[in-house]
Design a protein around this ligand. Structure first.
Ligand SMILES: [Zn+2]
Length: 1035
């Protein structure tokens, strides 16, 4: 999935609760036992479900209970204990005491000259040993194993305590994850949606195989009313069964009095009815207004991560792969789509038509199933015997050409690159009018937001870049995610980090004119910013609740995941090594599920160069711990010492971690700094290391082109040398390296390692800077500070800061053109520079923007504002009440969505309080402004001084409605929280934010984004306290 909409560099960040990940780490031997079901072969009475699928929490304590399931209370007690660090400390200290080198040991004795007393003692000893041996002999072998004896525990005082089903009976399962005793093989789904009543009926037939003897089938179902259930074992007769439901975990179950035996096949058939969802997940209804002003209704699906269960009862975890045969009924005026091509259409007795799709030719995870009932129209093309189609509502058909052409090119590229041909006969890309995420990679039926797929004929290259990126991401998923899937959501990065990496990599090759490199670099900077917080998490991290699953869709899984893959690729010898490794991985695990180690092992296997390090060894230091290193350089003559430490932003300076990374440090120096051949590599595995450079070297730049995921501090002398070099000639470094210096020095200032004066010193070279990445990074950082000062009402400093920015970027601001521009990079630069200029009330900028808006309005649509300038023009226009109303009318009439969104950003930038309140309410209501745009609206409102407190009130007052639309933990909620809180920098606001979110309890107080918000405010507060005097003095 691409959860982010097109503002890709401004993506939501998110942390989790306060608990250090390390607290969840299990002793390795325990984990192995827990994972390996074969470790318990001698306990036939044990239901293997208890053994195989326990998450890495300390369930071992419970295993001693034999056949009893752990009940919820026990689970809660246990996790509370873990929070206190108790169970692990106790267990590990017990371990230690037996083997501690400090334990006093008896001196060795000898019996060579025994005295009578010694003889008596020896005999006594032998008798004791003999009796103990007999006792041990007659006790079951399991008595002293870690797990203990399960059967013996039949007499245990613990009784199984199960949750209570809706009908009052005990529900036979008490865990978040499903038992492993039964696996689905195939699903037959029949769906009858009624788009008038917004309801649907369904029939789901699940063919299953029993893997371990069991007396229960447990699967997922949410908001479905099951009317009839039958069960058939092997060739037996089908008979009705009672379905129990436990709503808090969205699980249903069927209990049996006799064991279902391993190896048996069985069929569960469930009839049900439900409402079409009115949010953006499950089987949901969507609508749009057609060109004649009529409301058209449609139904579509969004299942990732946990919503397939809202459309049909299923084993809704990624590792339960199966085949699907889908039938959907519809009115003749509608069409349907699903993962597979349509096989046949029949007329039903009620006059409706039923479309039957081919059975999936691949085993699929439930979250990849999709179907749509709508009146869309396609354009299509054959690509290497695969029918590629792009669907949209009929009036937007003319905006689909670019997507078809791009998808076709990328499909050919991936087929060759992965050396595995896309396995289905067709690939549909569908633009859905109401769609929350950017896009979703359903196998064979990729769904998109309209802005992520449709581009007008005159669209700017920047708009095309957005569409191409999303298509490249979702197509990469057809291999990474669909063909090979993570076993559980804890390794979501295997899907998302890879798709994100491939999206940039493929576009660099297939569509180099889109200049995707600047965007990828900016995205890596934002990933570093988020991962620097204490509330961040390891790339591969434990996930045990639905909210935690939702929270995995964040920049750590996506952008950090992609960044560490880039670092790995850049550090391997030869450019084919990485590719060979991932081909190997895809081939080896084709059709199955994996975890992070599988990937590193595949990449290690193809490693040919003996002197090169083991990939697993290197990469696990990046995926198993949160954060990233700060590399500090100190130089004495020809000796350069590199030291690493955790780059951890904390507001209290109290937290120190001993984390170490295996860092492929790259560096260039003044004698050779631009070409890839200049790059040298030093692997820093330990706390510090020393490398030699010729004494004549004037300066070093580490992290060549910022392909590594770390920040570098050069020390005062190192920074000064770099600053001087850049002042003499900006081209001594690549533009990526210049941007990297700017990013790093601002980050170090936030960490408190460099004074802000040093930051300003480096920025002095900016008046000669013209490249996109360094300029946009510097503007972003300076605007951020300006925003903070503005919100603290430091008006004097705000105006001095504005003067500073204007002074340093003056020539760039005045040299920008306002006509069509073909280069993406120049468009990126121009929009950033002009948005800043107009934001600073630069007269020239405001005048040009106003004139362009007037021309546009007067021309009734014949004059077009270049795509990259629309936001700045609409934002300037929206500051006048009259033009705001004009813009609102235009917003209602325009069909092209990229333009529409920029109008919305303009509308939301108003400083008029009444309009701000109106637009926030309209976004929540969803009639004039679609609710899917509310996160964007809130974000734009918060930029302005007038709006940010109104927005903060708004989310507090409407929290329950917000989490009804956007699930707790989801990226939309992450983004909203970040927008409304990230500009606070005072104790009063910190107290308010803390007070509000802690009052939410289960409605969101545990979210990682809340923790991140609190940390960010504290850091802002600290930065201000430290740097206000400097700003007053130096600006
Ligand atoms: Zn994705």
């Amino acid at each position: 999935m691409d959860p982010f909409d097109s503002n890709s560099t401004d993506r939501a960040n998110l942390p989790r609760n306060m608990i250090e990940n390390s607290m969840f780490e299990e002793e390795p031997d325990v984990v192995d036992l827990a994972k390996d079901s074969t470790a318990f072969p001698s306990f036939p009475a044990l239901d293997p479900d208890e053994v195989v699928y326990e998450p890495r929490s300390s369930r071992l304590l419970v295993r001693g209970l034999g056949e009893n399931d752990m009940d919820e209370d026990e689970e809660d007690c246990e996790s509370s204990a873990r929070l206190l660090g108790m169970s692990f400390m106790n267990r590990s200290s017990a371990h230690r005491s037996s083997s501690s080198p400090y334990t006093r040991q008896a001196p060795p004795r000898s019996c060579s000259r025994p005295s009578a007393r010694t003889m008596v003692v020896c005999v006594l000893f032998l008798v004791i040993v003999a009796s103990m041996t007999m006792v041990l002999y007659f006790l079951p072998g399991c008595t002293f194993t870690k797990t203990g004896c399960r059967k013996v525990n039949k007499t245990t005082p613990f009784e199984p305590v199960y949750p209570i089903s809706t009908n009052g009976e005990p529900f036979p399962w008490a865990q978040f994850r499903l038992p492993q005793s039964i696996h689905p093989l195939s699903y037959d789904l029949t769906l009858n949606p009624d788009l008038n009543s917004m309801t649907f009926t369904g029939k789901t037939v699940i063919n299953m195989i029993v893997l371990h003897n069991t007396k229960r089938i447990v699967l997922h179902s949410a908001n479905l009313n099951i009317t009839k259930a039958t069960f058939k074992l092997g060739d037996g007769k089908a008979s009705e069964v009672t379905v129990l439901e436990y709503k808090p975990r969205q699980q249903i179950a069927v209990k049996f009095s006799e064991d279902l035996k391993a190896g048996q096949h069985c069929v569960l058939t469930l009839d049900y009815f439900a409402n079409l969802s009115h949010t953006y997940d499950g089987f949901y209804n969507s609508s749009y207004t057609d060109k004649d002003g009529n409301k058209r209704v449609l139904a579509a699906t969004q299942f990732e991560p946990l919503s397939a269960r809202k459309a049909f009862p299923c084993f809704d975890e990624p590792a339960f792969k199966a085949t699907f045969l889908i039938k959907i009924s519809r009115k003749p005026s509608y069409m349907t789509l699903s993962n597979m091509p349509k096989a046949s259409t029949t007329t039903l007795p009620n006059g409706l038509l039923e479309d039957k799709f081919e059975k999936t030719s691949v085993n699929m995870s439930t979250y990849l199933v999709a179907f749509i009932v709508a009146n869309f129209t396609p354009i299509e093309k054959n690509v290497s015997e695969i029918l590629v189609s792009v669907y949209s509502v009929p009036e937007k058909k003319e905006h689909t050409d670019y997507a078809l052409e791009t998808a076709s090119k990328l499909l050919e590229f991936y087929n060759k690159f992965f050396e595995i041909v896309y396995p289905l006969k067709k690939l549909d890309l569908v633009a859905i009018p109401d769609f929350l995420a950017g896009a979703m990679e359903n196998w064979g039926l990729i769904t998109f937001r309209e802005t992520s797929l449709l581009v007008g004929k005159q669209s700017s290259p920047l708009e095309k870049q957005v569409v191409a990126s999303v298509i490249a991401h979702e197509l990469a998923h057809q291999w990474f995610g669909n063909l090979v899937t993570m076993s559980w959501w804890n390794d979501l990065w295997l899907n998302e980090g890879f798709a994100t990496y491939m999206q940039y990599m493929s576009l660099q090759t297939v569509l180099p004119q889109l200049d995707i490199g600047n965007l990828f670099l900016a995205v890596r900077f934002r990933a570093l910013d988020k991962d620097a917080l204490n509330s961040s998490h390891a790339v591969s991290t434990e996930v045990n609740t639905p909210e935690q699953v939702e929270e995995m869709f964040d920049s750590v899984s996506y952008e950090k995941g992609a960044s560490i893959l880039l670092m790995l690729n850049a550090s391997l010898p030869g450019d084919q090594q990485f590719r060979k490794g991932i081909i190997e991985y895809l081939k080896q695990f084709n059709g199955s599920n994996t975890d992070t180690d599988d990937l590193w092992n595949s990449l290690t296997q193809v490693e040919v160069s003996a002197q090169h390090q083991n990939v697993s060894e290197m990469m696990s230091s990046w995926t198993s711990q949160k954060g990233f290193p700060l590399v500090t350089v100190s130089r004495k003559g020809d000796q350069v010492t590199l030291t690493q430490e955790h780059f951890l932003l904390t507001s209290d300076n109290a937290t120190h971690t001993s984390s170490l990374w295996n860092i492929p440090v790259t560096y260039v120096n003044d004698s050779c700094s631009l070409a890839p051949e200049c790059r040298q590599v030093f692997t820093l595995r330990t706390k510090s290391g020393t490398l030699k450079v010729p004494e004549s070297v004037k300066w070093l730049k580490l992290n060549y082109k910022n392909t590594g995921f770390y920040i570098v501090h050069y020390g005062d002398d190192g920074w000064t040398a770099l600053k001087e070099a850049l002042s003499n000639n900006v081209n001594v470094l690549t533009s990526e390296d210049r941007a990297s210096l700017i990013h790093n020095i601002f980050a170090l200032s936030r960490l408190g390692r460099v004074s802000f004066r040093l930051v300003l010193n480096l920025l002095n070279y900016m008046s000669n800077e013209t490249e996109t990445s360094p300029v946009t990074e510097a503007l972003l950082q300076l605007n951020r500070i300006c925003q903070l000062l503005d919100k603290r009402q430091e008006q004097d400093l705000v105006s001095r800061m504005k003067e500073y920015i204007q002074h340093h970027f003056e020539s760039l601001m005045h040299n920008q053109t306002w006509g069509e521009e073909e280069s993406v990079s120049k468009q990126e630069l121009r929009s950033a520079v002009l948005e800043t200029a107009c934001g600073l009330n630069d007269e020239n900028c405001i005048e040009r923007a106003k004139a362009l808006f007037k021309q546009y309005v007067n021309s009734s649509g014949t004059v077009r504002i270049p795509g990259d300038l629309q936001k700045v023009v609409f934002t300037v226009a929206a500051q006048s009440n009259e033009d705001w109303s004009t813009l609102l009318t235009m917003y209602g009439n325009v069909t092209y969505d990229a333009e529409k969104r920029k109008m919305l950003q303009g509308l939301a930038s108003t400083q008029h309080a009444r309009s701000i309140v109106w637009i926030l309410k309209a976004g929540l209501k969803g009639d004039i402004i679609p609710t899917q745009e509310l996160p964007l609206v809130i974000d734009s409102v918060c930029d302005g001084f007038a709006g940010y407190l109104i927005a903060w009130d708004f989310i507090q007052n409407n929290w329950d409605q917000l989490i009804e639309k956007f699930p707790v933990g989801s990226f939309a909620i992450q983004r909203i929280i970040k927008s409304v809180t990230s500009q606070f920098s005072t104790q009063a606001h910190l107290d308010q934010v803390h007070g509000f979110f802690s009052s939410l309890k289960e409605r969101g107080s545990q979210m990682r984004s809340v923790q991140e918000a609190l940390e960010t405010i504290k850091l802002n507060q600290r930065w201000m306290e430290r740097n206000l005097p400097t700003l007053r003095k130096w600006l």
